[in-house]
Design a protein around this ligand. Structure first.
Ligand SMILES: [Fe+2]
Ligand SMILES: [Fe+2]
Length: 625
């Protein structure tokens, strides 16, 4: 496919640059940093490179390896003066944000300054919306020593990498521009040209100037909701089915900055609907290397409960210069495989090694230079630690078990308690599925994304599965105490629920009750009904019907399947007898009630409930004009 200039590129350079010199300077231009990828999303990516003199920087981008049919974007250039960089020269940092890209798609690019190519033709892939991928993990790296370069060589030998996580201490011993350029962007330049690196701040990264060089040189994902002073310190992003959260544990001892970060992370982890939650920061909460020093204790006390609360599957940390992998933990206690959070310390990227004294948390520990890879598959994370000589030194699988929320089985229309035979049931919990998938044909499938739900021994027709919620149809012929069991490839979770004869609940659609007027349009405050008009309410929970039907198949038209329970519509306290109440013809698991709006009420908004047998729905407003 082709890419248009308009969709591919963000705004070109807006900064004024002095035309003076322009091309003439090109011969003297020196590259300070080669192009690197940042903040790659499903539809965008940023490339950053740097020179020592002002110049017109451009990025040529194409879907083709030969850069034909390319789009050329002019970079936004930001100058860091030599006083600031202490490089003996200014740094002109050029940045192009590409937008309007396709997910999981390969793009080719080359950077230029003043018309001269300053990079090879590199390619990268945008983030996929879903599906498996592999990423790198390493940390405590930037010494410039052979230990760092040996690990880098093994990282370079990995295949099919999507991105890299750096768990902090990007450079040693102090965070100067020079060291970032030499010991980080220089060492990993060929990897950074192909995959984005996502770092977090280590204690060495904030030793001077509150991380000014780190923050200047990294273009991180937008950090909405982060206080201005803390921009770049914490952020989150999605890749495939994973939600990644980066935190700054240097702030762990400063309550004024810590509390907003914890609030932000709590909100961020609450919002995500991704199957996987992976957090990373610098200080390891669980190990005993330096005893109970203050950061470690504080990280454990303040961040571990947040991981427990949100069911974060994997936490990646550094600071201790070794490899450690904990057992799965909740509240600092070891739990069975498939529950809790696994903490992996990967602090062996190049700095001097620390020993690992025995502790109760660890399932594995090796003090050697290494990197890790994590393979994200449907239902599993596979962690691998690779020694600087290429030898695998640990491998582990994280396969989360499904877990149902307390009182997590509710009706699928309003998510209130009370489910009925033949009704739509929503099951809430964790690790219920590893992708989000709805049914596509009738009759409904009894397996979606590898997930099945049973009532007793009966496999239930499924409408929708996702990590946190499943919608399924209960059998028509079964009431009373029922074991509901969710089965995923990793295991099963079950809970008892009392299935009622009837439990009417009106669906909502676009924020309003699912009631349509005679022309099929939805009733809303701005589309009220006329007195005498025939209306249809869509709901669940009317229970059994007069004729045999196959649950999960399209309900019959002629004759339509009428509810056995006595159904009435109660409007402003007065009952109305419906003209029809039963399964909605042509659909699966949906009931409808047809009734006429009365003449005698006049205009206004009136409470409407539907009663069926011994149950009644919560009221919804019905506007009458
Ligand atoms: Fe370190
Ligand atoms: Fe550290």
């Amino acid at each position: 496919m082709t890419v248009s200039r308009r969709t591919l590129l963000a705004a070109a350079a807006k900064l004024a640059w002095l035309p003076l010199g322009g091309r003439l300077l090109s011969a003297a231009q020196r590259m300070l940093r080669a192009p690197s990828l940042h903040d790659v999303t499903v539809d965008g990516a940023t490339v950053v490179w740097g020179t020592d003199q002002r110049g017109v920087a451009r990025l040529t981008v194409s879907r083709r390896a030969d850069l034909q049919q390319a789009v050329v974007a002019t970079a936004t250039t930001r100058e860091y003066g030599s006083m600031e960089t202490r490089l003996g020269t200014a740094l002109f940092q050029h940045e192009v944000r590409m937008t309007g890209l396709q997910p999981g798609t390969e793009y080719f690019y080359r950077a230029s300054v003043d018309g001269a190519d300053v990079s090879a033709i590199w390619s990268f892939r945008t983030a996929p919306r879903t599906g498996p991928f592999r990423f790198l993990v390493f940390g405590d790296s930037g010494t410039g020593l052979n230990d760092q370069r040996n690990v880098a060589a093994q990282m370079r030998a990995e295949r099919d990498l999507a991105l890299a996580i750096h768990v902090g201490d990007v450079v040693y011993p102090t965070p100067t521009f020079q060291r970032y350029l030499d010991y980080h962007f220089g060492v990993y330049a060929d990897l950074m040209a192909k995959i984005p690196f996502y770092p977090c701040l280590g204690n060495h990264d904030v030793l001077d100037d509150h991380g000014a060089a780190y923050l200047a040189l990294h273009t991180l994902p937008p950090d909405e909701g982060v206080p201005q002073a803390m921009r770049g310190h914490y952020y989150s992003f999605d890749w495939g089915d994973v939600h990644f959260v980066a935190l700054d544990t240097n702030e762990i001892l400063h309550e004024a900055n810590l509390a907003p970060m914890i609030e932000w992370a709590d909100r961020d982890l609450t919002m995500t609907r991704k199957a996987w939650k992976i957090a990373f920061w610098h200080h390891a909460p669980y190990d005993s290397l330096r005893g109970e020093h203050r950061e470690q204790t504080a990280v454990r006390e303040r961040l571990a409960p947040l991981m427990d609360k949100h069911g974060v599957h994997l936490v990646l940390v550094g600071h201790h210069h070794c490899y450690q992998r904990t057992h799965p933990l909740i509240g600092g206690k070891r739990v069975e495989a498939g529950r809790g959070t696994v903490y992996v310390t990967s602090g062996g990227g190049g700095a001097g090694l620390y020993p690992i004294p025995p502790n109760d948390f660890n399932a594995a520990g090796v003090s050697d230079h290494h990197h890790c890879t994590v393979d994200v598959t449907r239902g599993q994370l596979r962690v691998r630690a690779v020694r600087h000589n290429g030898q695998e030194m640990d491998a582990a699988v994280i396969a989360p078990l499904p877990a149902l929320a307390e009182n997590g089985i509710v009706n699928g229309a309003t998510f209130e308690a009370g489910v009925a035979a033949g009704g739509v049931m929503s099951v809430f919990g964790r690790n219920l599925a590893f992708e989000t998938l709805g049914f596509s044909t009738l009759p409904l499938p009894t397996e979606l994304a590898g997930v099945r739900v049973f009532a007793g021994e009966r496999a239930l027709p499924l409408l929708f599965v996702s990590p946190g919620q499943i919608n399924a149809l209960l059998p028509l012929d079964r009431t009373g105490d029922t074991r509901v069991r969710v089965v995923t490839p990793n295991g099963a979770a079950e809970m008892s629920v009392n299935v009622l004869e009837t439990a009417p609940a009106i669906f909502r659609y676009n924020g309003h009750a699912a009631i349509t007027r005679s022309d099929g349009s939805q009733v809303t405050p701005s589309n009220p009904v006329f007195p005498g008009e025939t209306l249809t309410a869509y709901l669940t929970g009317l229970g059994r019907v007069h004729q045999p039907v196959q649950i999960g198949a399209a309900a019959p038209f002629s004759p339509a399947a009428e509810a056995m329970a006595r159904v009435s519509v109660v409007l402003d306290g007065s009952p109305i007898t419906p003209s029809f109440a039963g399964l909605s013809p042509g659909s699966a698991g949906l009931y409808q009630v047809n009734f006429r709006a009365p003449y005698e009420l006049g205009s206004g908004t009136f409470g409407l409930r539907i009663r069926a047998g011994g149950g009644q729905s919560s009221p919804v407003p019905l506007p009458i004009s």
